[in-house]
Design a protein around this ligand. Structure first.
Ligand SMILES: Nc1ncnc2c1ncn2[C@@H]1O[C@H](COP(=O)(O)OP(=O)(O)OP(=O)(O)O)[C@@H](O)[C@H]1O
Ligand SMILES: [Mg+2]
Length: 322
């Protein structure tokens, strides 16, 4: 793989929330996460509900503040900028997010044109005429007919609202697009169309994307690399084809076995351990791991850097032919 300077470099990022009613207790939503995304690259993020995917992408979009770690983008450490001040930073235009439910994230009193024009003016510093021209340009890119631009969200279909949300994210010319379950709120018939649109846009515009989805088949098809999260940590990360063809971590193996056609279904037993003050020396997956050994409760495995990393004492990342 050719080495290009990463667009985004995340180092040892953590987010811990205080637990109400339990003084001093902390919920570890994201723990010691390091990753990078190259320009134009698509990274998938998968893992079961509650493992920290949305918290991680919200940290990267600078909607919430990190407890620890670095988020290096465009040569600056964005983790040092408080979330409430991030809107004023020039990098704000470079990282844009498409939210899960366009109905919730669109202002009901704004027309589609107002919605898309807003980041052009506020983030990209365009005057009204330039913003209007930019709205027409991105509306065409996302397949939104000009006639719909004067409508309010409630006058649009779910698929059309999703296109408005995507157009708004593209409007200030981002280099990184963060997609948190971008089609989860849509009708099944529209999901595939919107996913194809996102895939086409990222290729045409050479956009880097971070793509969170529960649909592993979609992640396999639409991403270059994938990161697998379990209880706040990345347990495996590597090229998508290789990772899905030969998952190494026992958790990834169980996850991949749930995709039809990927061998017999491996069902995990045991309880998910608590994200509140997890013992640092114990593997987070130990309580459910079919291959657990004594060492896993004495020494937490770390994810080794490399093309295909696995955080397990007993798994080895192997190169498989593409
Ligand atoms: N604002 C918050 N305050 C306290 N705890 C939070 C907060 N936001 C998230 N959490 C906790 O952090 C953990 C990770 O949540 P997160 O929403 O990131 O998971 P997720 O992987 O996105 O799940 P899903 O697939 O269901 O969207 C969970 O245990 C959740 O309860
Ligand atoms: Mg989520």
């Amino acid at each position: 793989m050719a080495e290009t300077a990463p667009l985004l470099q995340v180092e040892r990022l953590a987010k811990r929330y205080p637990v109400s009613g339990r003084r001093g207790a902390l919920l570890h939503a994201v723990d010691d996460v390091s990753l990078h995304i190259a320009p134009g690259e698509s990274l998938g993020l998968v893992g079961e509900s509650g493992c920290g995917k949305s918290t991680l992408v919200r940290l990267l979009a600078r909607l919430i503040d990190a407890s620890e770690g670095r988020i290096v983008f465009g040569g600056a450490d964005l983790a040092e900028v408080p979330a409430r001040r991030f809107a004023l930073r020039p990098e704000r235009a470079g990282i844009q997010m498409v939210f899960q439910d366009p109905t919730d994230s669109l202002n009901p009193r704004y027309t589609a044109r107002d919605t898309i024009a807003e980041p052009c003016r506020l983030l990209a510093g365009m005057d009204a005429a330039a913003a209007n021209a930019r709205v027409d340009e991105v509306a065409e890119q996302v397949g939104l007919p000009t006639a719909l631009l004067s409508r309010f969200p409630h006058q649009l279909s779910g698929g059309q609202r999703a296109r408005v949300g995507i157009a708004r994210a593209l409007a200030p010319g981002p280099k990184l697009l963060i997609l948190d379950e971008p089609t989860a709120a849509l009708d099944v018939s529209v999901q595939a169309v919107v996913l194809q649109l996102l895939d086409r846009l990222r290729r045409e515009l050479n956009l880097a994307t971070l793509f969170v989805s529960h649909d592993l088949n979609v992640v396999r098809l639409l991403t270059d690399r994938v990161a697998v999260m379990y209880l706040g940590k990345i347990v495996e990360m590597g090229p998508s084809q290789q990772l899905f063809a030969a998952p190494q971590h026992p958790y990834t193996r169980a996850l991949v076995s749930s995709i039809p056609g990927h061998g017999p279904r491996l069902r995990l037993e045991g309880e998910v351990s608590s994200p509140i003050d997890p013992p640092p020396q114990v593997c987070r997956f130990a309580s459910r791991c079919p291959e657990v050994q004594d060492r896993c409760r004495r020494e937490a495995p770390v994810l080794h850097a490399g093309v295909h990393g696995v955080a397990c004492h007993f798994a080895k990342a192997t190169e498989v032919p593409a």
